[in-house]
Ligand binder design. Structure first.
Ligand code: NDP
Ligand code: 8X3
Length: 247
C-alpha cells in the first residue's frame, strides 16, 4: 500500500516508516528537517521522502500533490507529527508554546486528514492512523494544552468514523503512555537533554518499535474491522491514582 507518515524524521514516525517499508509497503517519510530525510533516504533504499510542515496548509497540499503524482493514491495516512512544549502550569505557560502545539497537533493533523480523505472515500479503501496519547485521557500537572490537543485527536478520530460508517475507510487513534528513545522530552524541555533524560530514569518505557508494530497490526486486520482507539502503557506505568491535596 502507499503510506504517508508525518513526523518521520525522529522517534515513533521514523520507526513506523522503517517498519512499514520493511513490510513491503511504499512509504513516504515526511518532516520539516530535510537533512534527516536525506539521511533516511540514503540509508533505506526505496524510501520516498518529502519536506512537510503539517501546520502549513500550502506545504500539506504540495506534499500530497507530489506524493500522488509520484507513487499514486495514498492508502494510509499516519498522522504522527506532534509535540509537547513546556510543562508550566496554565497561569505561567508560554502562549506561543500553546499555539504551536495547537497548530501542529490539532490543525496540522486536520489539514493532512482533510487532504487525504476524499480519495479514500472515493475508492472505499483507506486508513487514517492518528497518534493520540494517554495525556488526552489522564491529566497531569503541566500537561494542560498538550493533553487537550490529544483529547481532540481521540474525539476527532471517533467523530470521523461516525461520518464514515458503512465505508472501508478506517480511523484509529493510537494512545501511548510513556514512550522513550524519541526526542519528545528533548523538544518539550527545549534542548535541556539532562532534564529530558530524567523523565525516563529507572523506567522501561514503550519503544518506538512498539508503536510501529501496533501500526503494522492495525493494517494486518481484515478490511471489515476498525479499531477505534488503542491505549497502551509500559508495565512501569499505570493510569491512577487520582490526586487529593490535603491541608
Ligand atoms: P519526536 O520528537 O521524536 O518526533 C516528533 C516528530 O514530529 C519529528 O519527526 C518532527 O519532525 C515532527 N514534527 C514536529 N512538528 C512538526 C511539524 N510542524 N510538521 C511536520 N512534522 C513535525 O516525538 P515522538 O516520536 O515521541 O512523538 C511522535 C508522536 O507521538 C507525537 O504526536 C507525540 O505527541 C505522540 N506521543 C508520544 C509519546 C511519547 O512518550 N514519546 C507518547 C504518546 C504520544 P521535524 O522536526 O523534522 O519536523
Ligand atoms: C506523551 C506521553 O505522558 O508524556 O504523550 O504526555 S506523556
Amino acid at each position: 500500500m502507499n503510506i504517508l507518515v508525518t513526523g518521520a524524521t525522529a522517534g515513533f514516525g521514523e520507526a513506523i516508516a522503517k517498519y512499514l517499508l520493511q513490510a513491503g509497503h511504499t512509504v513516504i517519510a515526511t518532516g520539516r528537517r530535510a537533512d534527516r530525510l536525506d539521511a533516511l533516504a540514503t540509508q533505506h533504499k526505496g524510501l520516498h521522502t518529502h519536506v512537510l510542515d503539517v501546520s502549513d496548509r500550502a506545504s500539506v497540499a504540495a506534499t500530497f500533490d507530489w506524493a500522488e503524482q509520484t507513487v499514486g493514491p495514498i492508502d494510509v495516512l499516519v498522522n504522527n507529527a506532534g509535540l509537547a512544549l513546556g510543562l508550566e502550569p496554565g497561569d505561567r505557560a508560554d502562549l506561543d508554546d500553546w499555539e504551536t502545539m495547537i497548530d501542529t497537533n490539532v490543525k496540522g493533523l486536520v489539514y493532512c486528514t482533510r487532504r487525504a480523505l476524499p480519495g479514500m472515500v472515493e475508492r472505499n479503501h483507506g486508513w487514517v492512523i492518528n497518534l493520540g496519547s494517554t495525556a488526552g485521557t489522564y491529566p497531569y500537572p503541566g500537561g494542560n494544552v498538550y493533553g487537550a490537543t490529544k483529547a481532540f485527536v481521540h474525539q476527532f478520530s471517533v467523530g470521523l468514523r461516525s461520518d464514515l460508517a458503512g465505508k472501508n475507510v478506517h480511523v484509529a487513534s493510537i494512545e501511548p503512555g510513556l514512550g522513550g528513545g524519541t526526542e519528545f522530552s528533548n523538544t518539550r524541555f527545549k534542548g535541556d537533554d539532562a532534564k529530558a533524560a530524567k523523565v525516563y530514569e529507572g523506567t522501561q518505557p514503550l519503544q518506538a518499535e512498539d508503536i510501529a508494530a501496533t501500526v503494522g497490526w492495525l493494517l494486518s486486520l481484515p478490511e471489515h474491522v476498525n479499531v477505534n482507539a488503542i491505549e497502551l502503557m509500559p508495565t512501569c506505568q499505570a493510569p491512577g491514582p487520582l490526586v487529593v491535596v490535603r491541608n
